[in-house]
Design a protein around this ligand. Structure first.
Ligand code: NAG
Ligand code: NAG
Ligand code: NAG
Length: 376
């Protein structure tokens, strides 16, 4: 299924890129962290098929290491250092994760709007360094790209594509309040049926929950339409030298590749230019090392839970690790997770890696295996 899906996407990309067997030139406007991990899979395949890839990489990016990318890279020089950028990002994430839940509903919406604007400040700096660099633009113009792959989380990819007069496609997961999907991509998401992504609602809503969902959509529309978009509309109009809006330009995307899967989402209508690409990075399973196989088999009928952390998390405080470990210890499944410090550790050595087995005395006696997943 994955292969069929992968082939479909590549076929579509081929259609965008090729007349008949000609290799194309792809310009990429990437976003860091998990977005980059997902995009890499698509770029690797395009590269294998002989397409020429050029990335526009902001100098402060962290996971996108331009020294290790086998493609042509144009660095967008920003005055902000990696450390300052990381500090800004950490502050923003800290506020979103730990401070927001303490606020009332309305305060939370206002705070979220502020943090979106804060995030977009960096985006604007990156955008400026691309669209005001005449030499870069003329180099890109001369290169005659066939298509641009952009990410709507970081505005500007579509602006560069518009400046170069080339088609563009998006890779995407979701936007807060589904604002970009609804307002710019034009996806029909009736508030009575399709729960807003940040609402924690399901598609089985009571009347009151439907009202809540409607309110969420309406508030996020207002936030974007009156608070976030106007400065970008002005910016895009200035750069393009004609009155336009951010949404109008975004709406020109030829394809929206959603990093999800239809049975993972609540039912909703999609448009012909949307395609699900979730799981593209999954690779065929390899046999497990012996001790590990034994551990997995020993969990019996209950099965195994694989617990991982996101691409932005380097380490956890001891308190958080313990909280997670003790929660995981209470489920009947055995758990495979990155190392979480916890008392009662037994260490099994195997040829390739060290497996730490955390033994808990909860009910049946449950084990948690910790291992360095990148070594598998
Ligand atoms: C919807 O939710 C209600 C109340 O929580 C429940 O009784 C009902 O079975 C659910 N319907 C479906 C189709 O899941
Ligand atoms: C890991 O966590 C500690 C304590 O919270 C912190 O001081 C340290 O900077 C963190 N290290 C990394 C690499 O994030
Ligand atoms: C995991 O393994 C990889 C490959 O051997 C290594 O580069 C990395 O440092 C390891 N990570 C940890 C946390 O041990």
């Amino acid at each position: 299924m994955k292969t069929v899906q992968g082939c479909c996407i590549l076929f579509v990309l081929q259609l965008c890129l090729l007349d008949s067997g000609r290799t194309g030139k792809v310009l990429v406007w990437p976003v860091d962290f998990s977005h980059w991990i997902n995009l890499q899979v698509i770029l690797e395949e395009l590269h294998l098929r002989g397409h020429e890839i050029t990335l526009l990489v902001p100098s402060q990016n962290l996971l996108i290491d331009h020294t290790k990318i086998p493609y042509h890279v144009e660095i967008l020089q920003l005055s902000i250092s990696e450390e300052t950028f990381m500090e800004e990002l950490n502050t923003m994430l800290y506020e979103e994760i730990f401070e927001l839940p303490k606020l009332s509903w309305w305060e939370m919406q206002i705070e979220l709007a502020n943090s979106v604007r804060q995030f977009l400040l960096t985006t604007k700096r990156v955008c400026d360094s691309a669209v005001t660099n005449k030499q870069l633009l003329s180099r890109l113009q001369a290169a005659k790209f066939d298509v641009c792959i952009a990410d709507p989380l970081s505005f500007c990819g579509e602006l560069v594509a518009e400046l170069l007069n080339i088609p563009f496609i998006y890779t995407f997961r979701f936007f807060y309040g589904n604002a970009i999907e609804r307002l710019c991509a034009g996806l029909p998401m009736p508030s009575s049926y399709v729960p807003c992504v940040s609402s924690r609602l399901t598609d089985n809503m009571t009347f009151i929950q439907r009202l809540e969902n409607w309110l969420l959509y309406t508030v996020s529309d207002m936030i974007y339409s009156y608070y976030v978009f106007p400065e970008w509309d002005e910016y895009y109009s200035k750069v393009l030298g004609k009155p336009t809006t951010l949404c109008e330009i975004m709406g020109k995307a030829d394809m929206w590749l959603f990093r999800s899967y239809w049975d993972f989402e609540f039912p909703q209508p999609y448009l012909p230019n949307t395609e699900f690409v979730g799981g593209l990075h999954c690779k065929p399973a390899k046999p497990l090392p012996k001790e590990f196989e034994e551990f997995v088999q020993s969990s019996g009928k209950d099965g195994v839970v694989v617990f991982t952390l996101g691409s932005m998390i380097k380490n956890l405080s001891e308190e958080k690790s313990n909280m997670i470990a003790s929660a995981l210890a209470q489920i009947p499944q055995k758990v495979i997770s990155p190392p979480l410090p916890h008392p009662g550790t037994a260490v099994l050595k195997s040829m390739k890696f060290t497996v730490k087995v955390y033994l808990y005395n909860v009910g049946k006696g449950i084990g948690i295996v910790s291992l360095n997943l990148s070594e598998l």
